[in-house]
Each structure stands twice: as structure tokens, then as C-alpha cells.
Ligand binder design. Structure first.
Ligand code: UD1
Length: 353
């Protein structure tokens, strides 16, 4: 079998790592196409190096732009790449513009396309990720939801006969690095002279939060007045928008910091007193590491983290302050994101179909 993966943004490189490993173990020929949606070394190269992902076979170098410009540039370039490599399966990951571009290009050229992380829904039709995931699910030939909840969404949309629950590949990666990350001292703690458990870890990058000046000012104000230091791992979009709106990120308890590589991020989550984020991946990583999360959104796709008490939604200053200081939830053995072997199931499903 010849498999062609299309990735472009940071969380997709993390998901690609276990897929690349499982494909190699199964003797599957694997072409990796990087769209170039994320191009800063800290958002891209570090993940390939650290997670031992083979270098992309093709790099489209598309870069940033409006949704239409970025997605259109990918579509145009992908047509030629897919035709040249003629894969048995095109695998697309998650919910970014790279995902929907690859799914559209593949389905129109009659290449079979599989969607990893299918069936997630926020039911918020203002989110670009929601457009991307709904369109991709309905275009794809094989849907690989991570959870039973995601399968239920696909069933409600008439897509159950194309769907197989495989578990979550982000759990695969996390379980592989967790023990090593727990053993070593966190460079972040050392460089910022922070104590284990003495700080919160925050990230913010969703357009809903970053692109509205009043909204961004309120969140920065909330994060800068908490009861502990808050290390803010700042995505380039956040830095650009804060500068544009004249909002100072280095204020009060807030400590802006560049994004971290994967194992350093996991070590930092484990050392923190809690996570404040609008990232989907980080909500899940906090849950899998059993660190409480406060999610700066009005809804989440990862509802299991809320139901099990490890995540709360918070948008106002009061809700964020209450979220980070709430008591830690009861311990749980629940494993809604699978057993850490999702990637093997993905490759098996592709080989069988
Ligand atoms: C994208 C995904 C989002 C995902 C996130 C992970 C879409 C619509 N959004 O959001 O679902 O959660 O990736 O991080 O696909 N920029 C840089 N350097 C880079 C990349 C981006 O400076 O390497 C800046 C540019 O100003 C760019 C902005 O960040 O315009 C936004 O980048 P973009 O790729 O459009 O979306 P993300 O916000 O990263």
C-alpha cells in the first residue's frame, strides 16, 4: 500500500509521528506532504526532529494568508502532487485549512481519502475548524473518529457506515514521551526560576480570542491577575495581534514565552498547577496527564474532559480566576481517548479497505 499523508500545522505533526511509525512497522510506503501552513521552526521543524518524523517528501511552502487564499493555494498545488504520487490512500488530519484542502483535492481526483480525528463537533459555526471538519468528514471515504462521542456525531449525520473508532493518536504520542518527561527537570522551570506546582501554563491562539481587541484585552487582564505566575506560550498569531492592538503581554503575573517543543511542553504541563488554554490538543494532554484545565472558550469538542471533571469552560475574568483555583477533581481510570495504540488501528483499517 502507498499512503500519502498531508500535514501543515503544529498539532498535525504530533499526530503524524505515531502514524509514520506504525506505517513503517507495517512496511507501508509513506509519502509525507507538508503544506507549509506553519513554517516557523518552533511550530514545525522542532516536531519533526524531536519526534523522529521522516522529512517531508514534498513541501508546498504555502505559508500564511486569508482562509481562501491559503486553502486555494494548497488545493492548486496538491492536485499535481497527488497525481504524481498516485497513492492508494490519502490521510488527512484534524481540522485545519490543510485538512480540508487535501480532502477536497483527493476526492475530486478520485483518490480514496481517510480522515483522522473525524466526528469532532463544537457546533459553533463561526469557527474555521468547524467548517473544515464537517466538510472533510462528508468528503472522506473512511472516517476514523477518536471516541464514541465522535462516532455518535457521524452517525447522526448519516456517516456511520464509513466510520471506525480507532482511539486518539495524541494519546499514543503522549504515552510514549510521558515517562521520560516526568524523569527530567523542566528547562522551563529552571530558566524562569519557577517551582514545581507554582505556576499556571497558558496558551491562546483561536481567532475568536485573539482577533477581537476587547476580547483579547479581557483575557490578558484575567491572566495577568491570577494567584500565581502564568507562563503564556505565545503563538505568533497572538504576538502579532497583541502588538497590533497595543496590548502588553508582559504584565502582572503574565510571563510571555516562546512556544515549546513537544516533550518540554509535556514536562511543563506536568509541573504546572493547571493549564489555561483555547487549544484542543492541550485540553486533552492536560486530562491525560491529570492536570486540571480551564478552557477559554464557550464550548469544546473534547466533552469527555468536562464530563470527567478535569476541564471547565471559562470566558470572563471571574470564571477564569474561579477555574484555576477550583479543587482538583477526583482521580479517575477512565480512558476515553484509547489505549495508546490508535495509530496501529489506523494502518490496519487502511490496509483492510
Ligand atoms: C491553525 C489552525 C488551527 C490549529 C492551529 C494550531 C486553521 C484554520 N487553523 O491556526 O485549527 O489549532 O493552526 O496551531 O487551519 N504564523 C506565523 N508563523 C507560522 C504560522 C503562522 O507567524 O509558522 C502567523 C501568521 O501571522 C498567520 C497566523 O499566525 O497569519 C495564523 O496562522 P494560520 O496558519 O492561518 O492559523 P493558526 O492560527 O496557526
Amino acid at each position: 500500500m502507498k499512503l500519502l499523508s498531508v500535514v501543515g500545522a503544529r498539532p498535525q505533526f504530533v499526530k503524524l509521528a505515531p502514524i509514520a511509525r506504525a506505517a513503517a512497522e507495517a512496511g507501508v510506503e509513506h509519502i509525507i506532504v507538508h503544506t507549509g501552513q506553519h513554517y516557523d521552526p518552533l511550530l514545525s521543524d522542532v516536531f519533526f526532529e524531536e519526534l523522529s518524523i521522516p522529512a517531508p517528501t514534498v513541501h508546498l511552502g504555502v505559508g500564511s494568508g486569508s482562509h481562501g487564499v491559503q486553502t486555494g493555494a494548497m488545493l492548486g498545488a496538491l492536485d499535481a502532487v497527488l497525481t504524481e504520487h498516485n497513492p492508494d490512500w490519502v490521510l488527512v488530519y484534524g481540522d485545519t485549512n490543510s485538512t480540508v484542502a487535501a480532502a477536497l483535492s483527493a476526492v475530486k481526483l478520485h483518490y480514496k481519502v481517510a480522515h483522522l480525528e473525524a466526528g469532532l463537533r463544537s457546533f459553533n459555526r463561526r469557527m474555521p475548524e468547524e467548517h473544515n471538519r464537517v466538510l472533510t468528514d462528508h468528503a472522506a471515504d473512511l472516517l476514523l473518529p477518536p471516541t464514541e462521542v465522535a462516532l455518535a456525531h457521524l452517525t447522526a449525520e448519516g456517516l456511520a457506515d464509513r466510520s471506525i473508532v480507532v482511539g486518539d493518536v495524541m494519546a499514543d504520542v503522549l504515552y510514549q514521551v510521558r515517562d521520560a518527561a516526568a524523569g527530567g527537570p523542566s528547562q522551563l522551570l529552571e530558566s524562569l526560576s519557577l517551582e514545581h506546582g507554582g505556576f499556571y501554563l497558558a496558551t491562546l491562539h483561536r481567532a475568536d480570542n485573539t482577533d477581537d481587541p476587547a476580547r483579547l484585552a479581557e483575557i490578558v487582564d484575567s491572566l495577568s491577575s491570577l494567584d500565581r505566575p502564568v507562563v503564556l506560550l505565545a503563538h505568533p498569531r497572538l504576538i502579532a495581534k497583541a502588538a497590533e492592538f497595543g496590548i502588553d503581554l508582559a504584565t502582572g503575573t503574565l510571563i510571555p514565552h516562546q512556544p515549546l517543543g513537544y516533550s518540554e511542553l509535556i514536562a511543563a504541563v506536568m509541573a504546572s498547577a493547571g493549564v489555561v488554554t483555547d487549544s484542543g490538543g492541550l485540553q486533552k494532554e492536560a486530562f491525560l496527564l491529570r492536570v486540571p484545565c480551564t478552557t477559554v472558550r464557550t464550548e469544546t469538542e473534547w466533552v469527555e474532559t468536562i464530563d470527567l471533571g478535569w476541564n471547565v469552560l471559562a470566558t470572563s475574568r471571574e470564571q477564569i480566576a474561579a477555574g484555576v483555583t477550583r479543587p482538583w477533581p477526583a482521580a479517575t481510570d477512565a480512558a476515553p481517548y484509547g489505549d495508546g495504540h490508535a495509530a496501529t488501528r489506523v494502518i490496519a483499517a487502511l490496509l483492510q479497505h
